[in-house]
Write a protein that binds this ligand. Structure first.
Ligand SMILES: [Zn+2]
Ligand SMILES: [Zn+2]
Length: 391
């Protein structure tokens, strides 16, 4: 589809790129989205949902399903390495995941809906903060304001490097894993380095715990529903510099992922039990376990994938079904899970020459804005405007 105000959307995207804000700090981004969307007269805009989230609602003339589209809006703590005219103005903060582009696509859908309201039901545009810290979607759906916009169906996209530009990459069922990072603090007793036997250095315990966490990862075959994966991401022993001292503390962080929330729960329980067992055996004085960067899995509804496929074909875009799900965590699962019927999250290909996500020279390709809006608009037409109701 041709988008009449594409230049304006590109300008908006580049403004966001120049003025990025970190997860949970998207105050100006929130205001700019509000200002932009307001000009296209939604029936309602709900602000400050789960932090700096917002939602714009376009009602149809008669009742029908509530259809939500989700864009993430936050940037990353990465210094931008580019000579772009619209490069980030903020030191060590930049849009290196293309959330500025996702926001522009959703803002573009608002401009289309302004002229073509849905026939029935309603469209809810969800601008979600704090995706990179994996807590934004959870806070968004737990905010009481979410009850007002609780959708029947949810769709979302992420730009993704691909063999071919504008390729729509889809996956029915498992799409992204449940993830958590387990932080383990172990405390023993320090001693002079010449008499380590008189203290309890937690090194042995730490090494055993890491080995056990790797041993317990269930099944690295990504085709399997029982897939789980362990990655050691941090390991520190003692204070630095600690010459002459046999240390009394160790700190480990282990990221765990699985496609089933139940498999991840089982893995974390097993590691927790093992930590208690080892700490007792090694006579540690204390051990503490906490979690960070957690999200549930994202599972795509088959019917919703078929709707995306049809939308892609209507826009003359190629479709490829992904053989394996993503390995990285993505918190859109909270929003999809909170809908009444489910939804689907897909990738929109940025081509083979695009820098990878989170690389210092990455910039969202503006050429994806128009096809992104086109796909979303076709989904609206299929679910809310078609006479032979698709769902
Ligand atoms: Zn990212
Ligand atoms: Zn992202």
């Amino acid at each position: 589809m041709k988008v009449s105000n594409l230049d304006e959307l590109i300008k908006f995207r580049r403004y966001l790129h120049q003025n990025p804000e970190l997860s949970r700090n998207e105050k100006n981004t929130h205001k700019k989205i509000y200002d932009f969307i307001s000009r296209f007269n939604p029936d309602k805009i709900i602000t400050n949902i789960g932090g700096y989230g917002l939602a714009a609602v376009y009602n149809g003339r008669i009742s029908g399903p509530a259809l939500a589209f989700r864009a993430d809006i936050d940037a990353l703590p990465i210094h931008e390495d580019s000579h772009l005219a619209h490069a980030s103005k903020i030191e060590n903060v930049s849009h290196k995941c293309g959330h500025d582009g996702h926001t522009a696509i959703l803002a573009g859908l608002a401009t289309v809906l302004h002229e073509n309201r849905p026939k029935r039901g309603r469209v809810v545009l969800i601008f979600q903060p704090a995706e990179e810290t994996l807590d934004g979607a959870r806070k968004f759906v737990n905010d009481p304001k979410f009850n007002e916009i609780k959708p029947d169906y949810v769709f979302g996209l992420h730009n993704w490097r691909s063999e071919k530009e504008n390729l729509v990459m889809l996956k029915s069922g498992r799409m992204s894993p449940a993830v958590t990072t387990m932080l383990v603090d172990l405390k023993g007793t320090s001693a002079h380095a010449s008499r380590p036997e008189s203290g309890i250095c937690p090194y042995n315990s730490a090494v055993k715990i890491v080995a056990k966490a790797y041993e317990l990862q269930n099944n690295r075959d990504m085709h399997s529903g029982d897939f789980s994966m362990t990655t050691l991401v941090h390991f520190v022993l003692g204070k630095n510099p600690g010459y002459g001292i046999s240390p009394d503390d160790a700190h480990i962080a282990i990221t765990l992922r699985a496609y089933k929330d139940s498999v991840l729960k089982k893995l974390t329980d097993q590691i927790e039990n093992y930590i208690t067992e080892v700490a007792k055996k090694e006579k540690l004085s204390n051990q503490n376990i906490s979690y960070t960067d957690e999200t549930i899995a994202c599972t795509n509804n088959e019917k919703c994938c078929q709707i995306i496929e049809k939308a892609a074909r209507e826009n003359k875009l190629d479709v490829q079904y992904m053989e394996t799900p993503m390995k990285g965590g993505e918190d859109v699962g909270y929003i999809i899970n909170s809908s009444r019927q489910g939804g689907a999250y897909f990738h929109l290909g940025s081509g083979p020459d695009q820098s990878d996500l989170h690389e210092p020279d990455y910039d969202f390709p503006d050429r994806l804005i128009e096809p992104g809006i086109g796909i979303y608009n076709s989904i609206v037409n299929q679910i809310l405007n078609s006479t032979d109701h698709q769902i």
